[in-house]
Design a binder for this molecule. Structure first.
Ligand SMILES: C[S@@+](CC[C@H](N)C(=O)[O-])C[C@H]1O[C@@H](n2cnc3c(N)ncnc32)[C@H](O)[C@@H]1O
Length: 271
């Protein structure tokens, strides 16, 4: 599997820098010369092998892909919010070489890892865009994501098309509970803004139903999360559904799928 970088001092706590430690290579730290993740040059980073490994992403990548397939089968452009290490984008693109994936990440220390995974598939002709910085609460970042997708899909040239959604799928895994609620809310709003009509919004993670935990272990997990950061916590599906259904967002929840390890996958359709 991927080597890890050893820039642990610059990486946040959730990054597992010990994965594959036996084969980890020591690499010099490289800053982002173009800053803010809007870098275009893949090769610079790949030479340093910046791949980070998340054990959880490795464990759940197959079960998530199986449920995503019906969405990806007809998709042209897919936006991932909070791509983390880049393992998911890499794994999904492996099966869908003709779909254009746009990975994004809040934590700019991870952008190089996402690009390093992507580069392996770009060499084989797959379509993965350079990872973009996306703080979901920043409207300018969403505007940039929208423009990038429109350019890619060759729409948005006319004034009346400037706000037109262009992504077929917006997906996010394990983000809602490991961030403040305003981040989840902003992702729902952002997805409503950048998705095409009929596009799918897919959210994976642990959730409550009607305010109730599905297991004792998830109640305990929620408690641990909140002890770590009071703004984190397992969110409620009905609360997300109500927000998404709002007039200004228009995402209809049409499927809630039980997943292994007491997780769910939520599927919404842009009206
Ligand atoms: C546990 S990681 C999940 C990473 C990846 N999706 C996965 O499943 O391996 C939590 C993610 O929440 C994202 N996140 C936290 N705050 C965010 C924000 N303000 N905007 C967008 N994403 C955010 C981080 O970027 C991070 O990738």
């Amino acid at each position: 599997m991927a080597n890890t970088t050893t820039n642990s001092s610059t990486l946040p706590a959730h990054i597992n820098t010990n994965a594959n430690a036996a084969t980890a290579t020591t690499t010099a730290q490289v800053s982002h010369p173009e800053g803010a993740g809007f870098h275009q040059n893949f090769s610079e980073y790949v030479q340093m092998d910046h791949k980070v490994f998340f054990a959880a992403a490795d464990r759940n990548k197959d079960v998530i892909l199986e449920k995503l397939r019906p969405c990806l089968d007809t998709a042209r452009q897919v936006l991932e919010v909070g791509s983390g290490s880049g393992q998911h984008t890499y794994h999904f693109s492996k099966s869908y070489p003709n779909v254009t994936f746009q990975p994004t990440e809040y934590d700019t220390a991870l952008l190089a890892s996402i690009d390093a995974y992507a580069f392996d598939l770009l060499k084989e002709g797959h379509h993965i865009r350079p990872a973009l910085e996306l703080n979901a609460t920043n409207p300018i970042h969403w505007q940039h994501i929208l423009r990038t997708g429109q350019e890619q899909g060759q729409v948005g040239g006319q004034e009346e098309e400037m706000e037109q959604g262009c992504y077929d799928v917006v997906m996010t895994t394990n983000v809602f509970h490991i961030s403040p609620w305003v981040v989840g809310q902003s992702i729902v709003r952002g997805a409503g803004r950048v998705l095409k009509r009929g596009g799918r919004f897919v959210v994976y993670g642990p959730f409550k139903k009607d305010g109730t935990f599905n297991t004792e272990s998830n109640r305990e997990f929620d408690k641990n999360l909140r002890e770590r950061d009071a703004s984190w916590g397992v969110r409620d599906i009905e609360e997300i559904e109500a927000l998404a259904a709002g007039e200004d967002i228009q995402l209809k929840l049409d499927q809630v799928v039980d997943m292994p390890s007491n997780n769910y996958m939520l599927f919404f359709t842009k009206q």
